[in-house]
Ligand binder design. Structure first.
Ligand SMILES: [Fe+2]
Ligand SMILES: [Fe+2]
Length: 268
């Protein structure tokens, strides 16, 4: 099993394009699955530099409806007309980021009905060792601090409950690898749910955004403590996790905390 980060907020290599967003390619040996698509400026360019033909990717999984994860669908579809999409039905609600200063539409800008989209609210097997989480139960309320994300239902705004925030659980020989987009459900909630539905209690690694950059110190410390206690072999600091939370991981688990960039690869 191989996972390559195709879109991330950072790159140190001048031939790739970095953007605020996330996409990762899972290669199972039989299947190529793209988890998220970034904002849309970087995906095709970075795939090309990595010599990955979009035509060979048969499946796209959307971690949630935000446009920094779904913006690449349109450009991707210009290079491949055979792919299927897996997403939670709640990706379709208009989504906003609302602060004192701004109200910004950050939802899906692509009409998913133009594509072969399969909507699943609950867990489903995408490939024998790749499980789509569906909606993650938000058990730990302390992980749900964020107050700036809203969705619109029948013309009314409500705090986004992130039903559509899905992750992938990859069953590796040495344990569970959790692949997240932004982890709006809370990374501990996501890990615990993965262990529950797969029956695997050993966490091997975490790849993807954890959305801790604006989290309280208390939450960051507790999250890092709990993950360190699970003794994973690697935890990536990617996309929206944030530098300072990343440094907390480094303090706690040393080199097993890995700051990713476009083209980072993980084999397990
Ligand atoms: Fe994001
Ligand atoms: Fe997000």
């Amino acid at each position: 099993m191989k996972i390559t980060i195709i879109v991330d907020n950072y790159t140190t290599k001048r031939n790739f394009i970095a953007e605020h967003g996330f996409a990762a390619l899972i290669e199972t040996g039989q299947q190529k699955i793209l988890f998220d698509t970034g904002q849309g400026h970087a995906l095709l360019h970075n795939l090309k530099i990595k010599s990955i033909d979009p035509k060979n990717i048969e499946t796209i999984v959307l971690s949630h409806g935000h446009d920094d994860h779904t913006g690449g669908i349109k450009p991707f579809s210009k290079k491949n007309n055979q792919f299927e999409i897996f997403a939670h039905p709640a990706v379709l609600y208009p989504k906003y980021k609302i602060t004192k200063e701004l109200k910004k539409n950050i939802g899906l800008k692509t009409n998913l009905s133009e594509f072969n989209t399969k909507f699943y609210a609950g867990p489903v097997e995408i490939s024998p060792k790749v499980i789509y989480s569906g909606e993650v139960p938000k058990i730990n309320k302390w992980e749900l601090e964020e107050t700036i994300y809203y969705r619109e239902i029948n013309g009314k705004l409500e705090k986004d409950p992130f039903q559509d925030d899905v992750s992938l659980y990859i069953i590796a020989d040495k344990g569970l690898v959790v692949l997240t987009g932004c982890a709006h459900s809370g990374i501990i909630n996501i890990i615990n749910y993965g262990m529950e539905i797969t029956g695997i209690n050993k966490l091997h690694g975490i790849i993807g955004g954890m959305h801790l950059k604006n989290a309280s110190n208390k939450r960051i410390k507790k999250t890092v403590q709990l993950i360190a206690g699970m003794n994973p072999k690697f935890v990536t600091i990617s996309h929206c996790t944030g530098i300072l939370p990343g440094m907390e991981f480094v303090k706690k688990i040393g080199k097993r905390a890995i700051f990713t960039e476009v083209s980072s690869e993980f084999n397990f």
